[in-house]
Design a protein around this ligand. Structure first.
Ligand SMILES: *[C@@H]1O[C@H](CO)[C@@H](O)[C@H](O)[C@H]1NC(C)=O
Ligand SMILES: *[C@@H]1O[C@H](CO)[C@@H](O)[C@H](O)[C@H]1NC(C)=O
Ligand SMILES: *[C@@H]1O[C@H](CO)[C@@H](O)[C@H](O)[C@H]1NC(C)=O
Ligand SMILES: *[C@@H]1O[C@H](CO)[C@@H](O)[C@H](O)[C@H]1NC(C)=O
Ligand SMILES: *[C@@H]1O[C@H](CO)[C@@H](O)[C@H](O)[C@H]1NC(C)=O
Length: 430
């Protein structure tokens, strides 16, 4: 009996070892679950490769790791991402962006009218839900989830082309403040694109996972997400491998666009002083706006840049040149930068924590590249924030890790399950 047992034991052990060695030496299977970040202004798709134990963000045809969340409808087709964005100027009435601001929401008619007035495309109500009125060969409406589905379909195709396998399953992130309806409509958008959603995770949680904080010995994580137009601050609390959102606050009128605007105003005033007239031609303003945007990006890595742009200036062509320093950029925006701390203080207060009790600070969103903003946060907490992951790709990186867990690439890891917080409200400072 004992002998039989030990024979059986050896067989089991041998099978186990074969399986183990097989796992070690066979090429790992291609990942089939992707992670999706469906952002307001940019979208990305990524996969977790169990073989190399790392996340790969998948590029578009030209290798760009995120695509603009823009969809342009024309009589000949639907153009998505950079192709959609290129049509924004020639086809403004049928080029939809910011669909995420409308998805799954029920609006009062007056609120929707006010929101819709900010766009060149036409926003109409369908019993409280937003729809976009388009006019190509014929007139028709599309829903925010349909627009989102085209972005998701594009990312599905990017992933399939890159990985060489059909992709039908995904994990997707949404803002922590999304309610059940907004989450359902996001899932519906994915379903329309032929994707089955295995899990919806909150964007701040995904960002924390990008830094491996689901495995690290931390309790309280603060996530600061400062993008082009909005600031979102979330306080996460980890309990037994699960992230709970303890408090959220934000400012939906603060972001990179505002910082660029300050610099643009300054440059326009400089042009007036140099040439005696304000630049008023639409094209000149457009040129200056683009140059200022590029200069802002450079000032995150350099102390000064030379802004050089041709202007028509009342039909007399000139080459405008100016040196812009990081110091000037910081002075022009000082009051705006300080505003970043307002929702930070609110979430600490609502979460009942002192700043010393925050174990890790995670920075997300392109505007957190600005050195002065990092410094303001560092000074406030007296420690360095986590910045090693590209702030534009932190969310998709974390979503892909979750997708890897869901896809079984990571059998020995405990997944950071998230408890949706139904009773939490986001405090908004405008
Ligand atoms: C729209 O019109 C163009 C040119 O008039 C035509 O080539 C195209 O097939 C039409 N598209 C649809 C969807 O009817
Ligand atoms: C409009 O919405 C309300 C509440 O959301 C619902 O009760 C009603 O059935 C809807 N009407 C139509 C025509 O869909
Ligand atoms: C969301 O979807 C679930 C599952 O399909 C459903 O049970 C729930 O009622 C939906 N909630 C809302 C608010 O649409
Ligand atoms: C910004 O830097 C890039 C390379 O680092 C350079 O090609 C570009 O001209 C710079 N732009 C400005 C406005 O200085
Ligand atoms: C960032 O996160 C990691 C956890 O993965 C941690 O070890 C590290 O100390 C954190 N802080 C900084 C400033 O990088």
């Amino acid at each position: 009996m004992a002998g039989e047992m030990s024979v059986l034991g050896s067989v089991v052990l041998a099978l186990f070892l074969a399986g183990y060695l097989g796992q070690q030496y066979l090429p790992p299977p291609k990942p089939r679950v992707v992670g999706l970040d469906l952002g307001t202004t940019f979208c990305s798709v990524a996969v977790f490769h169990p073989g190399i134990g790392d996340v790969e963000v998948i590029g578009d045809e030209q290798g760009r790791k995120s695509i603009p969340s823009v969809v342009s409808f024309t009589p000949t087709g639907v153009y998505v991402g950079y192709q959609g964005q290129e049509l924004a100027h020639s086809n403004p009435l049928n080029t939809i962006y910011d669909a995420k601001r409308f998805i799954g929401k029920v609006f009062d008619p007056e609120v929707l009218e006010r929101e819709g007035a900010r766009y060149q495309f036409k926003v109409v109500t369908n019993n409280g839900s937003a729809e976009f009125l388009l006019s190509t060969n014929h007139t028709f409406t599309v829903s925010p989830e349909f627009v989102s589905s085209r972005l998701l379909l594009k990312m599905k195709m990017m992933a399939e082309r890159h990985l060489g396998v059909p992709i039908e399953k995904a994990v997707i992130s949404v803002p922590a403040e999304f309610d059940e309806r907004q989450r359902n409509y996001t899932i519906r958008a994915a379903n329309l694109a032929g994707l089955d959603i295995l899990r919806v995770i909150n964007e701040p949680t995904a960002a924390a996972m990008a830094y491996g904080l689901h495995k690290a010995d931390v309790l309280n994580v603060l996530v600061v997400d400062l993008g082009g137009g909005t600031l979102d601050v979330s306080l996460l609390n980890k309990q037994g491998g699960m992230f709970l959102t303890r408090a959220m606050a934000g400012n939906n009128k603060l972001g990179g666009q505002d910082f660029s605007q300050r610099l643009l105003q300054h440059v326009i005033e400089e042009v007036r002083q140099q040439y005696g007239v304000l630049p008023t031609r639409k094209e000149d303003i457009h040129q200056l706006r683009e140059a200022v945007e590029a200069a802002k990006l450079n000032l995150t890595v350099q102390q000064s840049v030379v802004l050089r742009t041709p202007l028509e200036m009342e039909t007399k062509p000139v080459m405008y040149e100016a040196v812009l320093t990081r110091k000037l950029f910081e002075e022009l925006n000082d009051d705006l930068f300080q505003k970043v701390l307002v929702p930070v203080e609110t979430v600490l207060e609502e979460g009942g924590l002192s700043r010393e009790e925050v174990d890790e600070i995670v920075l997300v969103g392109g505007s957190t590249r600005i050195p002065r903003i990092r410094q303001i946060i560092r000074d406030y907490f007296g420690k360095d924030p986590n910045t090693s992951v590209d702030p534009d790709l932190a969310v998709v990186t974390g979503v892909a890790i979750q997708a890897g867990i869901m896809g079984g690439s990571w059998p020995l890891q405990v997944s950071a399950i998230e408890i949706p917080n139904r009773h939490l409200r986001k405090t908004n400072f405008v």
